[in-house]
Design a protein around this ligand. Structure first.
Ligand SMILES: NC(=O)c1ccc[n+]([C@@H]2O[C@H](COP(=O)([O-])OP(=O)(O)OC[C@H]3O[C@@H](n4cnc5c(N)ncnc54)[C@H](O)[C@@H]3O)[C@@H](O)[C@H]2O)c1
Length: 351
């Protein structure tokens, strides 16, 4: 099989992981790395691939089959347009863009040119998240009533030594909660309204460290999610799934989905129900653990991107879809700041 040639823009924390993933994938090879940092030049040299100071020069020089954009979020729009102009499909890291206007401009340009953008909401490629969506859609849980989850992690103080992590957009809402929101949208459908409390009390930085959010979905499902990057705990997708980069696997759950006929734990995959006999709140519940397919999230994402490039698959999450996850996070910020319930449609109006 001919390997697809993938260019990497931005060889920082996640860009380097993409390099490792491509190197280990039978269907892809690195066409070049664009990043002015000396460490990126050294990485390119060690991998024996061409190095460039910027994305446009790299795209013109190596004409790759696809590009992975792992640049700071504020640079995503320009990078997306540079790829689209040249007919090059991209895997754009999340959040899709810094603003909704940028995100929708990217989506429109992608659609008009017929050049796909896949957004790096990697959890959509995780077997546990895919199974949760399948279980909900199968009707096994009956009508879904509620969802509740948490993402409690303890980032070290040194994490905030990097300037952009202390500036607007560097807090746990846009960095972390956007993944949880995207998963809930993927599993349960669109979110209609949010209410929220957001705090920076623990670290006292300009960016938030903790939030409590309430959701109303289009379906009528009511949900809640708490998030903090200042709590020592095992309760996050990263730790419980064993699917994330950099995190030890400590089996457990972070998301609970409740329906009239049963409830479901993610990523533990336990389905609780009364079984064929039926029952109510004072009867014992049966616990069935559903099997997972054993695949790995980031490898799945890369394999999917290669199929998007060849036209065999449509992006599991494109720029317009990812923009809606961004809209929910921006709505959470408004809800907390203005102490009111915010309708997502308010943010999408006119875009
Ligand atoms: N999906 C995930 O698991 C995941 C994880 C981490 C980060 N991210 C996302 O990936 C993006 C990058 O995050 P990061 O943590 O890797 O950031 P980072 O700061 O570690 O890396 C960014 C890199 O881009 C380079 N760069 C800056 N300006 C450039 C330019 N004009 N041209 C070329 N290179 C340039 C920098 O030198 C740096 O090496 C962000 O959007 C972030 O939200 C996603």
């Amino acid at each position: 099989m001919q390997k697809l040639r993938i260019a990497i823009a931005g060889a920082g924390v996640i860009g380097r992981e993409h390099c490792t993933l491509i190197t280990g994938h039978p269907g892809a090879e690195i066409a070049g790395i664009a990043d002015p940092a000396p460490a990126a030049r050294a990485l390119a040299e060690s991998l024996g691939v061409p190095h460039f100071g910027d994305l446009d020069t790299m795209l013109d020089a190596v004409n790759p089959d696809g590009a992975i954009v792992a640049l700071p979020t504020g640079l995503h729009k320009a990078a997306a347009l540079a790829c689209i102009e040249r007919g090059i499909p991209s895997l754009m890291e999340k959040p899709v863009a810094a603003t909704l206007a940028d995100a929708f401009e990217m989506a429109r340009a992608s659609e008009a040119a017929g050049v796909p953008i896949l957004v790096g909401h990697h959890r959509r490629h995780s077997s546990d998240i895919r199974e949760a969506r399948r279980v909900v859609q199968s009707g096994k849980l009956g009508r879904i009533v509620t969802v509740s989850g948490m993402s409690w992690v303890d980032k070290p103080d040194s994490y905030f030594d990097i300037a952009w992590r202390r500036e607007p957009g560097g807090g746990t809402l846009l960095i972390n909660l956007i993944h949880d929101v995207d998963c809930m949208r993927f599993i349960l459908g669109e979110i209609r309204r949010v209410g929220a409390f957001v705090s920076n009390d623990v670290r006292g930085l300009d960016v938030e460290d903790t939030a409590s959010v309430s959701f109303e979905f289009d379906s009528g499902v009511l949900g809640s999610f708490t998030i903090s990057d200042a709590v020592a705990s095992p309760y996050s997708w990263e730790r419980t799934s064993g699917q994330a980069l950099y995190f030890p696997h400590q089996p457990g759950n972070y998301l609970f989905i409740g329906g009239r006929a049963g409830s479901f734990e993610v990523p533990g995959m336990a389905l609780w129900s009364h079984g064929p006999e039926g029952g109510d709140w004072q009867d014992r519940l049966e616990r069935e653990v559903l099997p997972l397919d054993g695949t790995q999230t980031y490898e799945n994402q890369l394999t999917h991107f290669l199929k998007v490039i060849t036209g065999d698959e449509l992006p599991v999450i494109d720029a317009a879809d990812a923009a809606r996850s961004l809209a929910v996070i921006l709505a959470v910020k408004i809800a907390a700041g203005e102490k009111r319930v915010v309708d997502i449609a308010e943010l999408l109006e006119g875009l």
